[in-house]
Design a protein around this ligand. Structure first.
Ligand code: AMP
Ligand code: MG
Length: 500
């Protein structure tokens, strides 16, 4: 063993959360697993963090990323949090199967949390076993890395481990552990935990920590906590706008799954749209469509209102005044979200300047897509090929996304006129559009196939292949084309299940 690497000299830990207050967490060591096997190590991410992937063998890394061996500087703890789950407040959730190992200052100077998910029971486990099944571990790896490659803020996956142990779910399944990397793991639910207990000291401590760590500019304004609310709201708005742009459905937008750093977090029953319809729901536990694709902006605002409630006493000693100020900030954020969304959609259409009719242009296109059940990804990618075409018949690529491209004739005219007014060279518009509209997303049926191969047959090849594809989503290449096509009828995934 190359002890230098495992002595942690390469990793610079600075555990600011562990120093904040013992009220915020429970110290807990990972429970070792029997036969850890490293399935994948994210080499570029490891290097960013300051780890040399070749400093030791996969067997040695497996010990680290299974929690069997702690590196110097790691101070494992389970974070306390609460949350509104499907609208109902649960005063205690917390890291029931996860542990924060510490914060690493990377080679880029950035501070990031290192967390094990699936590392065994903690004081927050309630009835759970504290473990994760391999399938959800692989799904989180694939989808979070895809999101990152798509330019959507997201937690990352540093490693996936098979534990060599079984977990009991609806059947016996192989166990897994994912090492998650995040700007932080502080959630709206973290604030709710202390606010519900009227522990104002902890709420203030957390708020100051989040300001210092993620939104240092908030102290410039006349009311730092109101500025914090605005900044968190803006980050959520920009995040959800990006989800809508790539067709992502989070699936469980509970307040415990809302990161204050503005990253996508907790990949449970998440999925990407194939055919476009705003009412699309995949999660088997979302029976009323609360977290449907098109409902995500509204839910983001609802979640932010729960965050605002925690901050009220900090915003103003006078409750009515605090409510008025917070309400105003959140109402303004609805517009922020709208503007962010229009920015995303405009870029997808190759447009650079904002114009009066842009929203109608986008909405008309989406209506056409909905009516035709157009494939969301292929439809936009096809449009890039239609730049400069006089009509749908001159843009055969549109056929990939739209079953009836003829129906687009009028819309294409309006869009072409709009592009024409910007007077950008056709080739550069197309290049920009190809850089904004991915060819490859982690399509649900491909994700399920990769998971099934790993879980049922121990075959990791489809998993590795899929990660490689989705980490380079914009470059067309024949080896990746199997991910471009929507599912055949027999491949269609209609439900996805929770990460447990
Ligand atoms: P999630 O589904 O990841 O949003 O988790 C919701 C809550 O359930 C969190 O408090 C988790 O820590 C807890 N939880 C989920 N799975 C398990 C498990 N296998 N053992 C213990 N706690 C769990
Ligand atoms: Mg969660």
């Amino acid at each position: 063993m190359h002890d230098q690497a495992l002595q942690g000299e390469a990793l610079r830990f600075d555990n600011s959360y562990a120093r904040l207050s013992e009220a915020l967490f429970q110290r807990q060591s990972p429970h070792p697993v029997r036969a850890p096997e490293l399935l994948r190590l994210n080499r570029p991410l490891a290097e960013t963090l300051g780890l040399d992937p070749d400093a030791c063998s996969y067997a040695e890394w497996a010990e680290v990323f299974a929690g069997n061996r702690l590196l110097p500087g790691m101070e494992p703890l389970a974070m306390a949090y609460a949350g509104h789950q499907f609208g109902n407040f649960v005063p205690q959730l917390g890291d029931g199967r996860a542990l924060l190992l510490g914060e690493v200052i990377g080679r880029d100077g950035q501070r990031r949390d290192l967390q094990l998910k699936g590392s065994g029971r903690t004081p927050f486990s309630r009835g759970g076993d504290g473990r994760a099944a391999l399938g959800p571990v692989l799904r989180e790896y694939i989808v979070s890395e895809a999101m990152h490659a798509l330019g959507v803020p997201s937690t990352r996956a540093l490693a996936a481990v098979r534990t060599g142990e079984s977990v009991m779910r609806d059947r016996i399944l192989p166990g897994g552990i994912v090492t998650r990397v995040a700007r932080s793991h502080i959630r709206v639910g973290t604030f709710e935990y202390f606010a519900a207990r009227r522990d104002q000291d902890s709420v203030r401590l957390l708020a100051d920590h989040v300001i210092q760590r993620h939104y240092p500019d908030a102290v410039e304004g006349d009311n730092a906590y109101l500025e914090l609310l605005r900044a968190v709201a803006r980050a959520q708005a920009e995040l959800v706008a990006q989800w809508l742009g790539v067709g992502f459905i989070h699936g469980v937008m509970n307040t415990d799954n809302v990161s204050l750093a503005g990253e996508t977090i907790d990949y449970g029953p998440c999925a990407f749209l194939d055919a476009y319809h705003p009412d699309t729901v995949f999660s088997s536990i979302d029976q009323h469509g609360r977290y449907a694709f098109g409902n995500q902006p509204r839910i983001a605002q609802w979640n932010l209102a729960r965050f605002a409630e925690c901050l009220l006493p900090l915003i103003d000693g006078d409750e009515e005044r605090a409510i008025a100020r917070a309400t105003e900030a959140l109402e303004a954020n609805a517009d922020v979200l709208d503007v962010a969304w229009m920015g995303v959609m405009r870029a997808k259409l190759g447009l650079q300047q904002a114009e009066e009719g842009d929203k109608a242009l986008v909405q008309d296109l989406l209506a056409l897509m909905r009516d035709q059940a157009a494939d969301y990804t292929l439809a936009f990618r096809g449009l890039a090929e239609a730049v400069g075409a006089d009509g749908p018949e001159q843009a055969p690529a549109l056929l990939e996304g739209f079953p009836e491209p003829q129906a687009l004739t009028d819309w294409l005219l309006v869009w072409q006129r709009r592009l024409h007014a910007e007077a950008q060279p056709q080739a550069s518009v197309q290049a920009t559009m190809r850089a904004r509209n991915p060819r490859y997303i982690p399509r649900n049926h491909r994700v399920e196939q990769a998971i099934a191969a790993a879980v049922d047959d121990g075959d990791l090849v489809p998993f590795h292949r899929l990660v490689d594809v989705v980490c380079d989503p914009y470059t067309e290449r024949s080896a990746a084309e199997y991910c471009a096509t929507p599912p055949a009828d027999h491949e269609r995934v209609t439900q996805t299940f929770c990460g447990t």
